[in-house]
Design a protein around this ligand. Structure first.
Ligand code: ADP
Ligand code: MG
Length: 286
């Protein structure tokens, strides 16, 4: 059930890049606490401010959750949609200008085990979201649990967050390896976080790229580095986004640069974008 870009290209041949519907990307990691949710929230905020229409799917139950970072408390999740107890529009939360959260939480864990009725219901609901979004960012749990693999395999672009911690490097490699071997994923973008400087980030990327090329024959893309920045840590502690509290600090500047690499303009004309495809892959009907 690997989703790669060629499957999209076939239906959009000859059309411009603007005809692909909502682009879907995952932000994932082998090890926890590496900065996924911080990246998701700050990237979404940045792109939303710049007029991109962004959806966030919360696929993790970690401590600094997406909802907490934006200071909202979801009452319902995707699971209520699956059980027919809510429409998808009832669970969406606007968390910032042009940024909408799909609370997933624990419900994400059950999506693969739905019966046909529940799957269809979810897909019908999700298709009503239409193509009004340029980008959906999926925040995953860390590791190689099935649920993490499914979310990544369903996304068009997988972004692995890695830090200089040796455990993070080893676990990133393990995640890339299993996504490659089980889901035939061949392209991964790497975001280096909590580095001293860009040089350390590049060196970290090269290390991971070398082993992936040598043992898996997989090429990695360098997306950028974010420095270790106490202003970011402080922002998290006070449940704020560093992009708001310290927009000029080093981590915020680096995250804006990375965010701009995700800029994408969907075509609101296309009836079924890759958003639909993402959900079909996720529940296993594609
Ligand atoms: N570049 C950074 N500099 C300093 N602290 C960071 C940085 N990135 C993340 N953190 C801190 O690390 C902790 C985990 O971040 P979080 O985004 O919740 O990671 P994850 O979602 O991967 O578990 C938080 O306290 C956060 O403030
Ligand atoms: Mg997290």
């Amino acid at each position: 059930m690997s989703l790669n870009n060629t499957s999209h290209a076939s239906s959009t041949q000859g059309l411009s890049v603007h005809s692909r519907g909502t682009r879907t990307i995952s932000i994932t990691s082998g090890k926890g606490g590496v900065g996924k949710t911080s990246l998701v929230a700050n990237i979404a905020l940045t792109l939303g401010r710049e007029g991109q229409r962004v959806l966030i799917l919360d696929g993790d139950l970690g401590m600094a959750n997406v909802d907490i970072m934006f200071g909202v408390r979801p009452e319902k999740t995707i699971l209520d949609v699956v059980h027919g107890e809510a429409g998808v529009r009832d669970i969406l939360i606007d968390v910032a200008p042009n940024v909408t959260l799909i609370p997933g939480g624990s419900g994400i864990f059950d999506l693969q085990n739905l019966n046909m009725f529940e799957k269809q219901n979810l897909l019908d609901q999700v298709s009503s979201l239409g193509t009004g979004y340029d980008l959906m960012i999926v925040d995953t749990a860390p590791g190689i649990a099935d649920n993490v693999l499914y979310l990544n395999a369903a996304a068009q672009e997988i972004n692995v967050v890695v830090t200089p911690d040796p455990a993070s490097i080893a676990d990133s490699y393990a995640l890339i390896k299993v996504l490659h071997q089980r889901y035939r994923e061949n392209r991964f973008s790497i975001i280096c976080n909590q580095v001293k400087d860009e040089t350390e980030g590049l060196r970290l990327f090269e290390r991971l790229n070398d082993v992936s090329a040598r043992f898996l024959n997989v090429g990695l893309d360098y997306k950028g580095s974010v420095p270790m920045d106490l202003n970011l840590r402080q922002a998290t502690k006070s449940q704020q986004l560093v992009m708001r509290s310290h927009p000029e600090t080093a981590a915020a500047t680096a995250m804006r640069r990375i965010a701009h690499k995700f800029r994408f303009y969907a075509d609101s004309e296309s009836p079924k974008g890759s958003l639909q495809f993402f959900w079909e892959q996720l529940v296993g009907v594609a």
